[in-house]
Design a protein around this ligand. Structure first.
Ligand code: SAJ
Length: 424
């Protein structure tokens, strides 16, 4: 039924997905517009950090089943797994950038044959299958649902656990019609061991958006709680720990903001389409996007007491133990610090980031003569730092943990003044 497929986009989702199909006997042409990505993969290497992915990709390439290319080829099925960011602008409401999805669909068009299945994996605004992809396919004189099958199969893997979750997570598949849903289910059964639930395309689109919106709303609740607890002088992390002992309570974790190319993006796809109805969703997005400013305002309060001339940023990725800096709140904090502090010196220590666009210092240079260590990302690495060693090279021994990542009692023993978001 599916001997050969074409996957458009070889990023955090497309590359693992391609490799899982390829190591399960299906020929895969993995297409990316970035030649460096194509060459890296064909050499059996990878361009992103994800546990276990390098082993899987090199096995897929060695088997001859995965070939990366700049161009699509004829195939039995086409999977679109390209980015769907929002357009950066000064508008409060962010607009979805569907240009990558549109380009991928138009690249596929000349290779489509009757009986082919087209799958949209990328998280997309409600109505993308019906209103964006279906008309493009019909423009090549195919009837969608009869000649060409179309379904939305959103991923829900957690970066850092992608390979395990891609196989074991339950999946929602929403076809433009039932035949499309069933065909897509057959394809994913190649490696998916979790439950597969069938629905229509628009319901599947809303499902995916709501999964991430649910998380964003709950993180906003946690951030609001943290800001209130700071005013009272109680520890929000203790409130959360004990409140979550209730069998039906799951208060999320506060932090310096919400990043990544999913949670900080997907709710905007609902707000953009329903600005008058999505009031709670919008308020929570604004609440979370306000956190970097709250962190900087707190540092201004510290500075009024003890002059801060150099700040060491501990972690600039959007969450712990990944290398991804997309929409990272840490980057927003750094920008705000530069705007709010004249002649501030900022060093960055992040053992996960290789991206040359950031000036990442080694541990010694990052902390040397620094007045404040600001933890913005909860990399496990930071738990093993020696407060005594760090304290010896810093100018002032102050640490501000915005993720409840560290055992601050160890730092207090090394005569650090400690601050914790949600407590102080
Ligand atoms: N964060 C908090 N507090 C929390 C949880 C997260 O501040 O309690 C922050 C993180 O630090 C990060 C951001 O939110 O900056 C998003 O992190 P995340 O852990 O929610 O996960 P993502 O964005 O890496 O992955 C999410 C997951 N969605 C859900 O958990 C509902 C994943 O399953 C999705 O597949 C992924 O989005 C996606 O690709 O949509």
């Amino acid at each position: 039924m599916f001997n050969k497929i074409c996957v458009m986009g070889l990023g955090y989702i497309g590359l693992p997905t391609s490799s899982l199909f390829a190591t399960n006997g299906i020929k895969v042409i993995g297409v990316d517009i970035n030649k460096h990505v194509v060459d890296t993969i064909n050499s059996g290497d990878i361009h992103i950090e994800e546990p276990g992915l390098k082993t899987l990709v090199s096995a897929a390439v060695k088997s001859g089943n995965l070939v990366a290319s700049l161009e699509p080829q004829e195939a039995d099925a086409f999977i679109i797994a390209v980015p769907t960011p929002f357009k950066h602008s000064d508008n409060v409401i962010k607009e979805a950038d569907m240009s990558y999805v549109e380009l991928a669909m138009k690249m596929i068009l000349p290779y489509l044959k009757k009986g082919n299945l087209v799958i949209l994996e990328s998280t997309s605004p409600i109505g993308t299958c019906e209103k964006l992809l279906k008309p493009i396919i019909e423009s090549a004189n195919f009837s969608v649902g009869e000649d060409i099958y179309l379904a939305h199969c959103p991923e829900r893997v957690l970066p850092g656990k992608i390979l395990k979750e891609a196989i074991s997570n339950a999946r929602i598949i929403g076809g433009i019609n039932e035949k499309s849903s069933k065909l897509a289910e057959k394809l994913y059964r190649t490696f998916v061991e979790g439950e597969i639930y069938l629905t229509n395309a628009t319901t599947a689109e809303m499902c995916k958006l709501m999964e991430n919106t649910y998380r964003d709303v709950n993180i906003a609740l946690a951030n609001e709680l943290a800001n209130i607890c700071s005013k009272i002088g109680i520890n929000a992390w203790e409130v959360i720990e004990y409140a979550n002992k209730h069998p039906r309570v799951n208060i999320h974790s506060p932090g310096p903001g919400v990043g990544g190319h999913c949670i900080s993006v997907d709710p905007w796809f609902i707000i953009e389409k329903f600005p008058n109805e999505a009031n709670i969703i919008k308020l929570c997005r604004i609440t979370n996007d306000n956190q970097p400013k709250n962190v900087v305002n707190f540092i201004k309060k510290i500075d009024q007491e003890i002059e801060i001339k150099k700040i060491t940023i501990m972690g600039i990725t959007y969450k712990g133990n990944v290398d991804d800096t997309r929409e990272s709140p840490a980057i927003e904090v750094i920008n705000l610090l530069k705007e709010n502090f004249d002649n501030i010196s900022i060093s960055i220590y992040d053992p996960h980031v290789k991206d040359k666009k950031f000036e990442i210092s080694n541990l010694e240079d990052a902390f040397k003569n620094s007045d404040l260590a600001l933890l913005l990302t909860n990399h496990n690495d930071f738990k093993y730092l020696s407060p005594d060693e760090i304290g010896k090279i810093m100018n002032k021994k102050i640490i501000y943990d915005t993720r409840n990542c560290l055992d601050l009692s160890k730092w207090e023993k090394a005569e650090f003044r400690t601050y914790l978001l949600g407590r102080d």
